[in-house]
Design a protein around this ligand. Structure first.
Ligand SMILES: [Zn+2]
Length: 206
């Protein structure tokens, strides 16, 4: 009741501040109802340590991360050994923050192994980067040793030399870069030519 009155007073004075106050109030209710995915720094530190409570310096949690500059930890208290939550940075930190809230940011699930991929119906590999390596063990799974296959945005289709299964990369990363104009490719990293570059165009897969 006290809080509602405060919001009403604030609303008369400054509508923007009122909206902000309402939102943070709602968020704190959600947090109380869902303790199994710890979403505040102190809850996450406690969950990691397996204790009821643990204090940790402030850092941005998963849904507050907007860019690289948000992926820094608070560091450890003097005289203590830092945990990953306290010291990890960059993509490793994003992965840890995601795991704390049940989000698998790198999608570590195995590929579809229920069938052999064909040219008409390849096994799809989602990738957020320019290239991806995928390990094939044949069909049924584990029928041959792991063969590592490389798929790229330029050459998305690859066949396993061991079992012939066909894989195709589906790019799911940001669309705003100019990858296909090759304007920021390092010439030293140009893909080497292979016999596949000299076959008749009609035989070339797309
Ligand atoms: Zn294979």
């Amino acid at each position: 009741m006290f809080l509602q009155r405060t919001v009403a007073v604030a609303a008369r004075r400054a509508p923007v501040a009122a909206r902000f106050a309402t939102r943070s109030f709602t968020t704190s209710i959600v947090r109380c109802e869902a303790p199994k995915n710890p979403s505040t720094p102190n809850e996450q530190a406690a969950a990691l340590a397996g204790t009821a409570e643990k204090k940790i310096g402030h850092y941005k949690v998963f849904n507050e991360v907007k860019g690289e500059e948000d992926l820094f930890g608070p560091g450890a208290a003097p005289g203590t050994v830092p945990t990953d939550l306290e010291q990890a940075t960059g993509l490793e930190r994003l992965e840890i923050l995601g795991k704390m809230e049940g989000v698998d940011i790198f999608d570590m699930r195995p590929l579809d192994a229920s069938r052999l991929g064909t040219m008409e119906d390849p096994i799809m590999i989602k990738s957020a980067g320019d290239e991806q390596f995928a390990g094939c063990t044949g069909f049924p799974a584990d029928s041959h040793g792991v063969a590592w296959l490389r798929v790229t945005r330029d050459r998305p289709v690859e066949r396993c030399p061991e079992c012939g299964s066909v894989y195709k990369m589906e790019f799911v990363g940001p669309q705003d870069d100019h990858h296909h104009h090759h304007d920021h490719h390092d010439p030293a990293l140009e893909e080497p030519k292979t016999f596949a570059d000299y076959i008749k165009p009609e035989y070339r897969y797309r």
